[in-house]
Design a protein around this ligand. Structure first.
Ligand code: ADP
Ligand code: ZN
Length: 517
């Protein structure tokens, strides 16, 4: 078979990686194709190999000039005629490219999206026999994404003008982005869609409720002294404080965030790349350009903002395939903070609803009762494997208890107080703690007053956190975190559906996560 021969001879690979071959076949056969693969999964081969098997030139639209140049250099070394049309080209480079194109020599032409704005580019492409369009980082077409590139919206017109198949590639798996890609790039006609390779079996997954979070991170890092790791924090200030605490504990650590001088940032990146055993305590600004295969662990000192963010951040660990570890801390404060961030953002309502759903998916994972990898891969749409034996819940399945009764008590107390109070006040009602605020409002006369005094305050706090994780309750940031019931709470409140919680809610230790009113 020509494809195996080309795979070996041109690219030097013995075999396809999981998912690659089906995508290569679909693209080679000229089907419109959408391939969703994680970063590092080997997307480029999925259009480069078909480009060599098909006639004509393949136009590759890519947003990153540096990456285009790297690829052209690599292909040229492998004996493939390739070029890149970017704003950084000299006139001589452009001439050479157009010559190779009109000679019919060129196999792959990389194109920066802004080139599509010039009508001349499209006219020339119409003349040189394009056989395929490949779009890298296809999520850049999404107006709601962080990487929106307006020029990507011109790709649809290019496809119509050239009337050739299109193959789109992205690592962004959420359904809204997929829909937008189908609409904007494929004119609404569903392409052959492949979603593969999201499992990173060498990465151990673990979550823990915050319980003295600084000590939790220090313990995790000290136990892995000498290994390179990243600690992600929710705020810039925290990166500095935590890096300092690590250094005081004798662990080499730097902080990193978007507010630092570019020079200092670059220095930190280089140190991390070169030194063994350095820890970078960072905001999510850290990671984009980092290509270090032997990062042995990633910890989250705060809950990430969505399940996609979580996946991307932990995915920086263990690129070399050797075992790597993760730990993600979360507390009720995080949940409130992330909800508020969404609610107070500028996005339209339907987008906010989607962001809440992404956060819910992560909270569901945090409060999971069975295999985390199963939950994660199910979210990404992959057929999940049996229990993975490489996550904290597979290591030690959590004890569960039937929490239907206390959960109904809590939901009922919230409903009877017009969904207008925070967790602290509701717990006062449940435990019969007659504060002034409570008496003023007559809440000591409620039938739910004191019905929950069989559980301690920290136990209730643990149960509230799990209830938020199950999305039975949400804090309304527009009303000072007043808790309200979601649709999912109704059948529970009515007694139609039981609820199980993890027993660890009941043995909340020393400093329980604070659930403030
Ligand atoms: P991305 O999906 O992030 O674009 P790349 O296409 O850059 O990923 O591929 C990531 C790495 O995997 C590259 O170093 C590439 O050489 C390597 N790779 C891709 N396909 C294979 C394969 N079939 N066998 C071995 N290595 C591969
Ligand atoms: Zn598991």
């Amino acid at each position: 078979m020509q494809k195996y021969e080309t795979l070996r001879r041109v690219f030097g690979f013995d075999a396809f990686r999981p998912g690659q071959e089906e995508i290569v076949d679909s693209v080679t056969q000229g089907q419109n194709t959408l391939a969703i693969m994680p970063t590092g999964g080997g997307k480029s081969l999925c259009y480069q190999l078909p480009a060599l098997c098909r006639g004509g030139v393949t136009v590759v639209v890519s947003p990153l000039i540096a990456l285009m140049r790297d690829q052209v250099r690599g292909l040229t070394q492998q004996g493939v005629v390739a070029g890149a049309l970017t704003s950084a080209n000299t006139p001589e480079e452009n001439d050479a490219i157009w010559r190779a194109l009109s000679d019919g020599q060129m196999k792959l032409l990389y194109l920066a999206p802004e080139r599509l704005a010039a009508g001349a580019t499209v006219q020339m492409l119409e003349r040189v026999g394009v056989g395929l369009i490949a779009v890298d980082e296809a999520h850049c077409v999404s107006q709601w994404g962080h990487d929106f590139r307006p020029d990507y919206l011109r790709i649809g017109a290019l496809r119509r003008a050239l009337d050739v198949p299109l193959a789109a590639f992205t690592a962004t798996a959420d359904p809204e982005t997929q829909l937008e890609i189908v609409e904007k790039l494929f004119g609404g006609h569903a392409p052959a869609t492949f979603l593969r390779g999201f499992d990173r079996p060498n990465i151990h997954l673990a979550f823990a409720a915050k319980d003295g979070p600084r000590q939790q991170i220090l313990r995790f890092a000290s136990a892995r002294k000498g290994q390179s790791g990243i600690v992600y924090c929710g705020t810039r200030a925290k990166t500095e404080v935590l890096a300092q605490a690590l250094r005081e504990a004798g662990i080499p650590a730097c902080h990193y965030h978007g507010g630092m001088e570019p020079n200092l940032r670059r220095e930190t990146e280089e140190r991390f790349q070169q030194e063994d055993g350095l820890i970078v305590v960072a905001t999510i600004a850290f990671g984009m350009g980092i290509d270090k295969p032997d990062i042995r662990w990633v910890a989250h000192a705060d809950l990430p903002k969505s399940i996609e963010g979580y996946y991307q951040e932990i995915g920086r660990a263990g690129r070399d395939g050797a075992p790597a570890e993760t730990l993600t801390l979360f507390g009720a404060d995080d949940i409130r903070y992330r909800r508020a961030q969404i609610d107070e953002g500028a996005a339209p309502d339907d987008r906010k609803a989607a962001d809440h759903a992404r956060l819910n998916a992560l909270l569901g994972l945090a409060e999971a009762q069975t295999c985390r990898r199963h939950g994660l891969l199910t979210y990404f749409g992959e057929a999940p494997p049996p229990p993975c034996q490489n996550c904290d819940l597979c290591d030690a399945p959590p004890a569960l208890f039937d929490a239907t009764t206390p959960v109904r008590m809590a939901l009922s107390a919230i409903a009877r107080t017009a969904q207008s109070f925070g967790a602290g006040h509701i717990i006062d009602i449940l435990t019969g703690n007659a504060t002034d605020k409570l008496r003023e409002r007559g809440h000591d006369a409620l039938p739910t007053f004191g019905v929950g005094n069989g559980w301690s305050r920290p136990q209730w706090q643990g149960m509230f956190r799990q209830m938020m994780g199950l999305d039975l309750l949400r804090p309304d940031s527009a009303r000072h975190g007043a808790l309200y019931l979601t649709e999912a709470a109704r059948p529970v409140l009515k007694g139609e559906q039981p609820v199980t919680l993890r027993s660890d809610a009941l043995k909340v230790a020393k400093s329980a996560p604070t659930v403030r009113a």
